[in-house]
Design a protein around this ligand. Structure first.
Ligand code: AGP
Length: 372
């Protein structure tokens, strides 16, 4: 009913708007002002976590994209090798798992059969399983050794939005916590990032306040057939997520690529007026990547692409090559997906509406996939 949608036309719009709160709720009670973390729910002994020599993340769809981003954070802050695998592929390749493997199963519903079967397989091999889940008491957390709940609140729209952002937050918390427990060389950076996380909900809110031009742009592209998405580093999974949202909602051909792969094939797809969304890494820090992606934008634009550039406030280098420029707040590199994903959700939702599609219940899809 209209009341359930809180005055919004669709649950998806309501859930997009709820993201600042969802992010803040997921952080609540878990970080403090001194930059340290308390994750009491993670009932895996510190001794066990110190012995972990490999992390394996299993998930499907949007949750898998959260896992891809988590890999960057986990490896950077803990120096533990981390693999990310589609849950549906995992157990069929006889993965190498033992007591020193920490498996993280990410699921909004907690009922996704592929993810459940993957975690059962991991536990049979003796691995420790931590669930990141949004649904209290669902099957995946019940069958795991421990659970870190995301506090997004119920997500009704089939296309995942606020659950994704909170999955990212939970992944960062786990990565930082592992770093804290193991006492890495990144202690100062970890404390700084914990402080940055405290202000991230405000950054998400600021993005939401500037979305009207994105909606206008989406409407203007309603009769296109294809949209491509490019990113690098943590922006690559953001590109994949932007493409998934567009497939699900707008039923358009949408693909995400690692920008560095362009010259290995995908650049052949570029033709006149093809919309290409580019997620630009911060010009600070890993500025080499920033410069490379600016060259990519020039290359595709020279071949006719219509460039839709998502870049940090103050990034002036992209301005000459952006047909459309979407600004996002300055964040630490690894946290950028929390703000960069939001315009892509709005973009897909508006395109779906413009094409007359059912936003909350896209064709052929179910909210949770309880069969293999
Ligand atoms: C996201 O928009 C999708 N509807 C889908 O990919 C979803 O993320 C996937 O099925 C996993 O669901 P889960 O998080 O409930 O396990």
């Amino acid at each position: 009913s209209a009341a359930e949608k809180g005055g919004y036309d669709y649950f998806m719009l309501k859930e997009i708007a709820e993201q600042p709160k969802a992010v803040a709720d997921t952080l609540l009670g878990r970080i403090d002002g001194t930059g340290s973390l308390t994750l009491d729910e993670v009932r895996i002994a510190a001794g066990v976590l110190r012995e972990v020599d490999k992390v394996v993340i299993v998930a499907c769809g949007t949750a898998f994209h959260a896992g891809l981003i988590a890999k960057y954070a986990i490896e950077h802050w803990t120096r533990i090798p981390c693999e990310v695998e589609l849950a549906s592929e995992f157990r069929y390749r006889d993965p190498i798992l033992d007591q020193q493997t920490l498996v993280i199963a990410i699921s909004q519903s907690g009922e996704t059969m592929d993810t459940l079967m993957a975690l059962r397989h991991a536990r049979e091999q003796g691995a420790h399983v931590l669930a990141i889940c949004n649904t209290n008491g669902s099957t995946i957390p019940r069958e795991s050794d421990a659970v870190l709940y995301t506090h997004a609140g119920p997500e009704v729209a089939v296309a995942s939005t606020k659950a994704f952002l909170t999955q990212l937050v939970a992944c960062y918390l786990v990565a930082l916590y592992l770093g804290q427990v193991r006492g890495t060389q990144w202690a100062d950076e970890i404390r700084a990032v914990v402080r940055d996380l405290a202000s991230i909900a405000g950054a998400v809110e600021r993005v939401l306040e500037t979305m009207e031009p994105v909606r206008e742009l989406a409407r203007s592209l309603a009769d296109k057939n294809t949209v491509l998405f490019l990113g690098r580093h943590v922006g690559y999974p953001v590109a994949l997520e932007g493409a998934l949202k567009l497939k699900e909602l707008a039923y358009m051909h949408a693909e995400g690529f690692a920008a560095g792969e362009l010259k290995h094939g995908p650049i052949a797809l570029i033709e006149d007026d093809l919309p290409v969304v580019v997620v630009v890494p911060s010009p600070r820090g890993r500025s080499v990547l920033h410069d490379k992606i600016v060259s990519n934008i020039q290359e595709i634009r020279a071949r006719g692409a219509r460039t839709i550039v998502i870049a940090e406030e103050g990034d002036e280098a992209v301005v000459p090559y952006a047909d459309h420029l979407i600004r996002i707040p300055v964040t630490p590199t690894l946290l950028q997906p929390l703000v960069a994903t939001v315009p892509l959700q709005v973009f897909a939702c508006e395109l779906a509406t413009a094409r007359g599609n059912e936003v909350d219940q896209p064709r052929n899809l179910a909210k949770s996939v309880t069969v293999e």
